[in-house]
Design a protein around this ligand. Structure first.
Ligand code: CDT
Length: 309
């Protein structure tokens, strides 16, 4: 039986501070309809898909940012998105800011089955940036102020005939993310990102270098774990702040097989053959045969560097 999952990477262009969630959801539905026309089984949207990338704004009182968070999912703003996905029989994944009934704040993404059931929930583990206003930076990146680190680890789920995992944006830069997913036999990893095109602490590091690091991370993660990767940008200029694009689909060989070259709303679709992951998993990256866990202790025993005496 064929295990081809046709995936649409659905990039969103800029979302301004004043854009309503309803307006964004209408854009997401347009992309979903196009994904359906192109035969997609799964549509993947970016990190924090429903709003502008609000962690760039500092609030002395952090509760002032709570209006960017969703208290339930689906909700009044996203109900029509879930309904359209069910109508199309299409699975989907998107990111949003989550506030739990206990008042905890997470940068979250979900996996939704073709029938609208939420199968998977992931809460971003590697939060970048800082938690206080930093006047030294050209722009703020306050994820550490508004979110707590995810408490669910890096789970994977059986879905669409394969094993699917998620991570979010900065997580893609960390090999630990990929290997924990790889150790669950993941065959498809979906992730969204909002990446400013300039390093706020190093102006010389611009779009070209940022794009290089982005693709380097995805391609290494895909190859070293023999998995498909679908990475979806929120791109363009949001309230004067530029986010790079770079939406792409990477094969288990680590090759980019499809990408979007602009910074607007748009999709790119690719038939991902999950059986293409088998060769790598059974040969060079057959973890059971080749991993030497007796030497990997420091990876979980320490966070920072301990140099030799
Ligand atoms: N959203 C997100 O995680 N962005 C980061 C920016 C890093 S610079 C603080 C990223 O890894 O692209």
């Amino acid at each position: 039986m064929s295990r081809i999952v046709t995936v649409a990477a659905a990039q969103l262009g800029a979302i301004q501070k004043d854009d309503s969630r309803q307006a964004v959801v209408r854009r997401m539905i347009d992309l979903m309809d196009e994904a359906k026309r192109q035969g997609a089984d799964l549509v993947v949207y970016p990190e924090l898909a429903l709003t502008t990338f609000f962690p760039r704004w500092y609030h002395e009182d952090r509760a002032e940012a709570d209006h960017w968070f969703e208290r339930e999912m689906p909700n009044a703003a996203t109900g029509s998105l879930f309904a359209r996905a069910r109508e199309h029989g299409m699975a989907m994944s998107f990111g949003f800011a989550e506030i739990t009934p206990e008042g905890r704040h997470f940068n979250t993404s979900i996996l939704v089955e073709r029938d609208g059931t939420i199968t998977g929930r992931y809460r971003k583990v590697h939060l970048p940036g800082h938690d206080e206003h930093d006047p030294e930076r050209t722009h703020q990146h306050l994820e550490k102020r508004y979110f707590e680190p995810g408490d669910l680890g890096f789970p994977a789920w059986r879905m669409l005939g394969g094993v699917v995992g998620m991570c979010i944006c900065n997580d893609r830069r960390w090999p630990e993310t990929w290997r924990v997913l790889g150790l669950q036999g993941v065959e498809l990893v979906v992730l969204g990102f909002n990446t400013p095109s300039v390093n706020s602490q190093k102006g010389a590091e611009g779009l070209e270098k940022r794009m290089f690091h982005h693709k380097l991370s995805l391609q290494a993660g895909a190859y070293q774990n023999s998995t498909w990767v679908v990475a979806v940008a929120k791109a363009g200029t949001e309230d004067g702040h530029h986010l790079m694009g770079g939406t792409c689909i990477v094969s288990p060989d680590g090759e980019i097989v499809a990408e979007i070259a602009h910074e607007d709303d748009g999709i790119v679709v690719h038939p991902c053959d999950l059986d293409a992951t088998i060769f790598g998993k059974e040969t060079i990256f057959d973890f059971k045969r080749h991993r030497r866990i007796e030497h990997y202790g420091p990876i979980t025993a320490q966070a920072g560097v301990i140099t030799p005496k």
